[in-house]
Design a protein around this ligand. Structure first.
Ligand code: ADP
Length: 451
């Protein structure tokens, strides 16, 4: 470990910036927050050792502005940069620029990020490591419709066309029959070019009622890679997760262990350093890899609750060259955990609800953790994501963790802006969700059928 590395610039905002400050405290490091004009005066900035303005509210001019972030690191004497999630966290050019500036990114190298950011290249790497993937070739589709039709017939309809450079749930199209294939291919290709500047498209089997189950990994630069358990994030609307839990209920633990081992092996093979997540669809007792996220995820706390680990602190440690002090057999999970994402948004239209928080009350008690950067009097900006808090609970059993989630959501109060708190209360009371193991369509069906 390079002892001289002692200052982390946090190139992010909100709850994850505060989460990173806390990890820095735990490790005895200085924490410096980069902030935009829109976040000037935010209370969480006072908890950092230093804070520096990196530009106006518009993210492209501040939180996404590579030269402004690098200048902020230089001015504040930071030697490490934590990108959090979103913004620059999966930007390979940023990873390269940080390295070129002689600084340490708390995240993987540009090469690894680039490879995992290309979904076809990622799939090829996974197949090589024995990680099971969705049926379909790990190659870009040719421009020959006869050949594409042949591939689709071989996979069997429905199929899904996906942009190799895609992300954020965009650049995907489901195709139910051969007649719709040619048009769907052209449209998806155009979209891929427009959104991702990369027209490459690939095809896989469309799974009809899968669950979203993911594996958390952490690897150091000395060849150790661990998997830290699994999470079920099936409760999502338009690919946005709303409630997550660990572990995924009703899945054979031996099968999950086998998949987890394969993910860790894959990290060793690709030379991965950092925290990461392998996302899978799970259907009929089988796992199918869909993508790897090369950053810390919003839902990492449910894994922290069941493992007792501080994943953000571990992430910083491995980035500065430390060896993981755990072996796989030391990673144990205990009990169950839920996370409810609290958004400042209209509960019916889901439109963001910026404004001033007139009153906020945060729940507590055994097994309750709330990660939030706001309190009474806080201003919620229209410029950024509407998530303002994460209510996380733990219990010895799934039932206990769920009971604590219900009680925590009953206590939680935010006034002055609209939130999805009431929606969470209703969802936590839903019998289907309470039973566990719902598919990724459950929440949207539930929303369509509510009164
Ligand atoms: P992105 O990077 O845009 O998030 P993903 O590959 O992670 O794209 O897919 C996003 C979502 O799309 C998945 O969570 C799932 O809901 C759906 N999806 C992706 N691939 C398939 C598939 N083969 N079958 C069914 N649904 C899929």
């Amino acid at each position: 470990m390079t002892q001289s590395q002692n200052t982390v610039l946090i190139a992010n905002r909100g709850e994850i910036a505060l989460r990173i400050i806390r990890a820095c405290r735990r490790l005895g490091l200085r924490a410096v927050c980069a902030f935009s004009e829109a976040d000037r005066g935010a209370a969480y900035l006072d908890l950092a050792d230093d804070a520096i303005c990196v530009g106006p509210a518009t993210a492209s001019k501040s939180y996404l502005n590579i030269s402004a972030i690098l200048a902020a690191a230089k001015i504040t004497g930071a030697d490490m940069i934590h990108p959090g999630y979103g913004f620059l966290s999966e930007n390979a050019d940023f990873s390269q620029a940080v390295a070129d500036a002689g600084l340490t990114l708390i995240g993987p190298s540009a090469d690894v990020m680039r490879r995992m950011g290309d979904k076809v290249a990622a799939k090829t790497a996974m197949i090589a490591s024995g990680v099971p993937c969705v049926p379909g070739p790990d190659s870009v589709l040719p421009n020959d419709i006869d050949e594409i039709t042949r591939i689709a017939n071989e996979i069997g309809y429905p199929v899904i066309l996906k942009a190799a450079g895609g992300g954020g749930g965009r650049g995907m199209r489901i195709v139910k029959s051969a007649g719709a294939l040619a048009d769907a291919f052209m449209l998806t290709k155009q979209e891929a070019q427009r959104y991702f500047n990369n027209p490459d498209i690939y095809m896989e089997k469309f799974l009809e009622k899968p669950r979203h189950v993911e594996i958390q990994v952490i690897s150091d630069s000395h060849g150790t890679a661990l998997w830290l358990g699994d999470r079920d994030c099936s409760m999502q609307r338009r690919h946005q997760k709303m409630i997550e839990e660990a572990p995924a209920p009703d899945i054979d633990r031996a099968l999950i262990a086998k998949i987890g081992e394969r993910c860790a092996a894959s990290c060793r093979e690709i030379g991965y350093v950092g925290a990461g997540t392998f996302e899978f669809l799970y259907e009929n007792g089988e796992f199918f890899f869909i993508e790897m996220n090369t950053r810390i995820q919003v839902e990492h706390p449910v894994t922290e609750m069941v493992t007792g680990l501080d994943i953000v602190a571990m992430q910083i440690d491995v980035a500065r060259g430390a060896a993981l002090t755990l072996a796989q057999s030391d990673v144990r999970t205990e009990g169950h955990s839920f996370e409810c994402r609290i958004n400042a948004e209209d509960p019916d239209t889901f439109a963001p609800s910026p404004g001033t928080v007139d009153l906020m009350h945060v729940p507590g008690g055994p097994g309750v953790r709330v990660d939030t950067h706001i309190a009474t009097g806080a201003k919620i900006s229209a410029s950024y994501d509407s998530m303002v808090a994460k209510v996380i609970t733990h219990g010895a059993t799934r039932d206990e963790a769920l009971a604590r989630a219900r009680s925590a959501l009953a206590e939680m109060k935010i006034e002055g802006v609209s939130t999805n708190i009431l929606l969470h209360r209703a969802l936590l009371a839903d019998a289907g969700f309470a039973k566990g193991g719902v598919s990724i369509h459950h929440l949207e069906h539930w929303l369509d059928n509510r009164d």
